[in-house]
Ligand binder design. Sequence first.
Ligand code: PLP
Length: 377
Amino acid sequence: MTADIAPFYAIEISRLAHALKDQGRSIIHMEFGQPSTGAPKAAIEQAHRILDSDGMGYWESTPLKARLAKHYLDSYGVSVDPERFILTCGASPALVLALSAGFQPGARIALARPGYVAYRNVLKALNMVPVEIPCGPEVRFQLTAEALSTLDPAPDGVIIASPANPTGTVIWPDELKAIAEVCRVRGIRILSDEIYHGLTYEAPARSLLEYAPDAWVVSSFSKYFSMVGWRLGWCLAPERQIAAARAYVGNLFLTAPSLSQHAGLIALDSRSELDGHVETYRRNRRLLLDALPQLGLSRIAPPDGAFYIYADIGHLTDDSLSFCKALLNDTGVCTAPGIDFDPVEGHHFIRFSFAVSTAEVEDAITRMVPWFKARTN
Ligand SMILES: Cc1ncc(COP(=O)(O)O)c(C=O)c1O
């Protein structure tokens, strides 16, 4: 029997937005967490050079794995054997790989609700059981050590995401440490999705590896590195499971694109350009946070990272999908409905992505203020 997989509604809304654009409408795309900035210049130049000289066979870049190991040492102070890195076509296959190689069908995996839409659906596709923990504004929409310590029975695994999608909230180091300790004591294996690392506005995000050396970690070049379409990411397998993970990747995915691996190596040394994008997001975040009261939206958890604001619109609707469609139709501002991230409470939430230009954020605010005001009164 096939798993019952829910659609990604933001894709449906995005399709509508493109249809409107084709009719000549001006659209501001705030529905996806997709940087509009493109890969770092030096990475693109390298890709041009490589195209003329490389045969593009199946390949796993040893220099890239070594450079990633250095990145973990520099950023988190953790020493990782480069052989623990498995290069993938983004965090999406890394997630499938980590779950397939690290857990058995039927495994019960805890995760925060709201959370990234694919967690729930990939777990179902792999015949695993999502154990969703409702996480409200009082815990900044994040899992806590306390929630994990009281789950009965203990789950087999847990997915941690910090910063998280759709809220951008971070789990601070003391709590991460406490989560790692509860999981060690209760035998819960951790899968940490660190795709939004590099995109933080207070303090840098910490890796779960600092507190749980045998955690599975997935990450990607899609967000901070601004290389979504290059499809490059990695899975860091626990020492004992590297062989299993390699067996899976060889059969499920083979290798990541050669061209992207060459470019990714250069992107890792393009920090000043990439940090410039973070400054844009910081400005965008401030502008949106300052504008929310004018939209009548007060129930949010300010994002510590990523490029999202997840806002409660329960006073305006209990149908976030229709709400997002109406907002798009009337103003051209395209957003994601909360039901993508939370099938229970998401009917009264909306997610704004501010991974667009500052001018677009300003324009979106100008369009949205009168629209929200008209609905609030
Ligand atoms: C939390 C999270 N994990 C994983 C992904 C998958 O990203 P990719 O496959 O582009 O690396 C996304 C994409 O938005 C995400 O938000």
